[in-house]
Design a protein around this ligand. Structure first.
Ligand code: COA
Length: 174
């Protein structure tokens, strides 16, 4: 048997505001040239060796279908730059870059944009997805592992500062 207690005076406005303004849900859409400045700002705040704006703009010209942003309340909160790689035997999706603004992390936005890119890779007949991640970036490795990626090999001195990369792969199974 439950007893319904009246709300404390200070709780009532909080519950009312939760009901009247549900939490914002990010919209995932294709990136546009107008997003490049915001994307480059997130990049600057996420990496010690950021891509510059020209590289982001160039990538949009090459791979517009697999380049997405997450928009929350009109603000670009994260992005993924995907590309295709043809090996002769297989077509792979490649995650070239992925970041979420520090203040929007740990809300599932990274997983949403990554899954959207994967969906597009599959629609365009890729057999799987690959990416490189710094050996020191254990947080991102855990994130990718949770989403089904597995370590395939280490690439020695892949980054400009001499750091090794881990190549991670995810195979599509239908
Ligand atoms: C890696 C990165 C893109 C992940 O973005 P994100 O939006 O935080 O990703 P998610 O929220 O989907 O998942 C991150 C963690 O938050 C947790 N999480 C997801 N939703 C959550 C929620 N609602 N509440 C609390 N935690 C949550 C997940 O379990 C996950 O935990 P894990 O890392 O232990 O697996 C982000 O940390 C980032 O931009 N890092 C810097 C750039 C970078 O390293 N990019 C990858 C280069 S290869």
């Amino acid at each position: 048997m439950y007893t319904i207690l009246p709300l404390a005076r200070e709780e009532a406005p909080m519950i009312h505001s939760l009901l009247s303004s549900p939490p914002a849900v990010p919209v995932i859409r294709r990136a546009l040239p107008a997003d490049i400045t915001a994307i480059a700002e997130i990049e600057e705040r996420s990496f010690g060796d950021p891509w510059d704006q020209e590289v982001f703009a160039e990538a949009l010209g090459y791979f517009p279908t697999t380049y997405f942003v997450a928009v929350l309340n009109g603000v670009v909160a994260g992005f993924v730059v995907g590309a295709f790689e043809e090996t002769g035997e297989n077509l792979y999706g490649h995650i070239c870059n992925l970041a979420v603004s520090p203040e929007y992390r740990h809300r599932g936005i990274g997983a949403m944009i990554l899954r959207r890119a994967e969906q597009q890779f599959a629609l365009e007949f890729a057999t799987g997805v690959q990416l490189e991640v710094r050996i020191s970036n254990t947080g991102a490795q855990r994130f990718y592992r949770r989403l089904g990626y597995r370590e395939a090999m280490t690439i020695d001195r892949y980054y400009a500062n001499g750091e090794d990369a881990i190549l991670m792969m995810k195979w599509f199974r239908f």
